[in-house]
Design a protein around this ligand. Structure first.
Ligand SMILES: Cc1cc2nc3c(=O)[nH]c(=O)nc-3n(C[C@H](O)[C@H](O)[C@H](O)COP(=O)(O)O)c2cc1C
Length: 154
């Protein structure tokens, strides 16, 4: 078992799939950030976008595993309104000082990934490594190669 931890938030499952693949590949622990607010359906979508744009924090259920004892944390999330999803903002703000070698994995539709990484670095400090997967990439085999290359660099 490696000394890294994969931490993820996923509303619809795309990030969960990438995070699980990464933890399998790294043979490391994985833990989920669960938002108390569920952001379901179109109204939830709008609320999620608004909260993210306004850079609000929301209540989360604390993940089972704490980053403190790991020697590398990979925080995985979707892009929301070219910004950090609010549940991830809550977690990162609380745990940024507990994370050694923080890397980011993002999933997104088609844009806003670079702005989101800039926002993450503003909040959590310079990233060790970053990777992002568009919907288009995730429908092909390319993303597995990209994920493997990312994992090998960690
Ligand atoms: C509220 C909201 C805002 C989003 N904003 C963006 C965006 O700015 N750019 C983008 O490319 N995708 C955006 N997306 C799409 C998600 O980033 C993408 O579908 C992601 O893979 C979903 O991950 P998940 O299935 O783990 O929730 C947004 C999705 C939601 C719910």
């Amino acid at each position: 078992m490696s000394d890294k931890l994969v931490v993820y938030y996923s509303r619809n499952g795309a990030t969960r799939k990438a995070a699980e693949k990464l933890s399998e590949y790294l043979n490391c622990d994985i833990t989920e950030i669960v938002s108390k607010k569920k952001y379901r359906g179109p109204i939830g979508w709008l609320a999620a976008g608004r909260a993210s744009m306004r850079e609000l924090k929301v209540e989360i259920i604390e993940p089972e595993l704490n980053p403190e004892k790991y020697n590398g944390v990979i925080l995985c999330m979707p892009v929301w309104a070219s910004n950090i999803p609010s549940p991830v903002r809550t977690w990162l703000d609380a745990h940024k000082d507990d994370c050694k070698k923080l890397s980011y994995l993002l999933t997104f539709n088609g844009g806003g990934q670079d702005k989101t990484i800039a926002k993450l670095e503003e909040l959590g400090g310079k990233a060790e490594k970053t990777v992002h997967f568009s919907d288009f990439e995730r429908k092909s085999d390319v993303w597995v190669e990209k994920l493997t290359a990312f994992a090998n660099e960690l």
